[in-house]
Write a protein that binds this ligand. Structure first.
Ligand code: AMP
Length: 471
């Protein structure tokens, strides 16, 4: 088995890893680090929770140490782009942790906080800059930062960045970078639009991939409870009281929905708080810290806000609303059962829309989930999930004012909407844009190692293999 010693990482990094208690590289690290150390571009398929941050941070830090130069004022040597503020903060923390014995200089550029401090933090130049694309462009356009000396570029969660409408910002940023650089590109999925972007940005990349989505899913005890919409809040409170909850992450599709769930829980005597795009950065940080420390055990979040939350010990994920993009289900439940632990994922499924989402999810994960029926007999449940969210799949609802309230992100509505419609097409036998790219079977020099990809195909779902089957 590979060990961190085998990589020959510089001593200050090895020491930091020991202090972090990292003994064995994760599969993505074992695949990525040796190649990245050679300076080659990499395109990686890996999700958060697989250890991918270290897989790009460690080789970059090693290479920085090997050719240590002082960054020029207003310049950076490493640029990491990530979709959300939380994930960016966590990536920066990781760089600083692994680089703690090398006097690393680093800075964060994220939206939602005043620019002044960020401008000052790059004034002298930094080695590592971690940023969300919009704020980075603000800094560049305000002449606070120049990108012409970037030697290493990382794109993390590229699929999510595209989903959030960052594609134009990313293109503008790339245009300002030197052509000679090392680029490490990571995405949880590799539909065609992401593969095209990678193709444009990378030179002769090695391909690495880990964690077929389904195998992550296998470790999680998944249950579905069929329920009437109106009964969801009471059921959630009841579940949280019944279950042995260490930490629970509750997902809603909307920001408003998240706030409503929090109110309901607090009323039921369960301390809870929400993070979503309408909350201030301060609030988000405070709530996350409270969740991490165990001060609050129940956190309610929208998908975008939850993306990149790096909290271990989440025993339960509850889908208060089922997501209409099946991959989102996998991302959500992957917040539990991390670092080899087991986890429970409970989905509350109401009405015909959510039942149709559930079918898509089961097709994707190829598991028939155990279902418990708590619907009122004879009650015909057709709503009321906020109507503005009903535009991707199933029958579109018309005549409702208001834009979809996806979590705050520039241009979030457009691309996500297009993708959902594309997904809908896929159900009817058309090529589905969201289908992960198949790996090359040739194995000849394309650098793919140990690849296992999830297929979304029309094969029947596997019979339930969950431990606590209830159906
Ligand atoms: P990531 O996928 O980068 O968000 O990492 C997920 C979690 O795994 C983080 O808490 C890391 O600190 C932790 N981690 C990453 N690599 C290792 C490793 N080789 N050994 C132990 N923990 C790790």
């Amino acid at each position: 088995m590979t060990s961190f010693q085998d990589f020959g990482l510089a001593d200050p990094i090895s020491r930091a890893l020991k202090e972090e208690n990292y003994l064995t590289p994760t599969p993505i690290q074992a695949q990525t680090i040796p190649i990245a150390l050679t300076g080659r571009d990499i395109v990686g398929i890996a999700q958060t929770g697989t250890g991918k941050t270290a897989s790009f941070a460690l080789p970059i830090l090693h290479r920085l140490l090997q050719a240590r130069t002082r960054p020029q004022p207003k310049h950076c040597r490493v640029l990491v782009l990530s979709p959300t503020r939380e994930l960016s903060g966590q990536i920066l923390d990781s760089f600083n942790a692994y680089g703690r014995h090398m006097r690393l200089t680093s800075a964060l550029a994220i939206g939602g906080v005043p620019m002044g401090r960020q401008v000052r933090s790059v004034m002298q130049g930094v080695e590592v800059m971690v940023a969300t694309p919009g704020r980075l462009l603000d800094l560049v356009q305000g002449n606070a930062l120049k990108l012409n000396q970037v030697e290493y570029l990382v794109l993390d969660e590229a699929d999510r960045m595209l989903d959030m409408g960052f594609i134009n910002d990313i293109r503008k940023i790339i245009a300002k970078l030197p052509k000679t650089r090392q680029t490490l590109f990571f995405s949880a999925t590799m539909p065609k639009d992401i593969a095209d972007l990678a193709e444009q940005m990378l030179r002769d990349p090695a391909r690495v991939a880990v964690t077929p989505v389904a195998s992550t899913v296998d470790r999680i005890e998944q249950r579905v409870i069929q329920v009437d919409h109106s009964a969801k809040p009471a059921l959630l409170a009841q579940l949280l009281k019944q279950e042995q909850v260490n930490r629970a992450l509750i997902f809603t599709r909307t920001k408003h929905g998240a706030d409503k769930v929090v109110k309901g829980l607090v009323k039921a005597g369960i301390p809870a708080d929400a993070i979503h795009g309408n909350k201030s950065q301060n609030h988000r940080e405070r709530v996350l810290a409270a969740f991490r420390s165990g001060q609050i055990r129940t956190l309610v979040a929208t998908d975008i806000a939850a993306r990149g939350i790096d909290v271990d010990g989440i025993s339960h994920v509850v889908n208060f609303d089922l997501p209409n993009i099946p991959e989102t289900y996998v991302h959500r439940i992957g917040r539990t059962a991390r670092a080899g632990a087991d986890g429970v994922a409970i989905s509350l499924c109401a009405g015909p829309d959510e039942h149709s989402y559930l079918r898509d999810i089961e097709r994707l994960i190829r598991i028939t989930l155990p279902k418990e029926d708590r619907r009122t007999p004879g009650h015909r449940d057709t709503g009321p999930v906020p109507q503005q969210h009903r535009m991707g799949r199933g029958k579109p609802h018309h005549g409702h004012a208001g834009r979809p309230q996806h979590d705050a992100a520039p241009g979030a509505q457009g691309p996500r909407r297009r993708r959902k419609q594309a997904g809908h097409q896929g159900q009817h036998g058309q090529p589905n844009r969201h289908e992960p790219a198949r790996p090359s079977q040739s194995g000849k020099g394309d650098g793919i190692q140990g690849v296992a990809f999830l297929r979304r195909d029309s094969r029947p779902a596997r019979p339930n293999r969950n431990r606590n089957s209830q159906s």
